[in-house]
Design a protein around this ligand. Sequence first.
Ligand code: ADP
Ligand code: MG
Length: 233
Amino acid sequence: MIEIKDLHKSYKMGSNSLHVLKGINFSVAEGELVSIMGSSGSGKSTLLNILGMLDEADEGSYMLDGVPIKNLNEKIAARYRNKFLGFIFQSFNLISYKNALDNVALPLYYQGVKRGERIDKAMSYLEKVGLSDWAGHLPNELSGGQKQRVAIARALASDPKVLLADEPTGALDSKTSYDVMNLIQEINDEGRTILVVTHEPDIAAMTKRIVNLKDGRIIQDTQVEQIRAQQNV
Ligand code: ADP
Ligand code: MG
């Protein structure tokens, strides 16, 4: 589903340049639930933004569902992004003056889905995340966990091949974080490919594979089952 080879990224700042990704190689197969873990500043968001086609690498290759992602014009990039990818952010990024239902329905509007169908679909995704009773509420009437559920429903609404989540539990307390991760696990159980960026080991442990990033390099890439097996020995 995702294949990246020898990816490099630097940020230019005046005459200086900060080398953030230093040759990243990894692939993700369809149906995986992968966490990208590392301390703050290790390059997690930079990597996720490149995978999400929100930014471009300086060097290396990126294939998404068999399509080479390189030098695309903004229109084609936007089309691929809508078709392939759903995003979940730490700060939820809901539209404050739209209720939960309309937030979930928004990506469908951009896809040209007619109003009646939009509302039906959005409602079914709100049901899926356990929030059908909250459809008419504005974001500021919802708890943090509820807001993130709305954001997850919105990410699912366009039926993306891959969900990309950048610190989805970063603004939530532990109990709510585990609830949100349980929902992410359920969505993965249905076969959807999901990447979760986190700096929290207990959140990473709720995925199936942990890719450890340090100073812009992958230093470890392990199946969680293996880690568990080793710990039980
Ligand atoms: P993480 O998500 O792991 O905390 P980031 O990918 O956000 O790390 O950042 C990696 C490094 O790149 C940090 O040192 C950060 O300050 C720097 N950085 C991130 N975005 C930019 C940018 N747009 N311009 C310059 N430096 C940046
Ligand atoms: Mg980050």
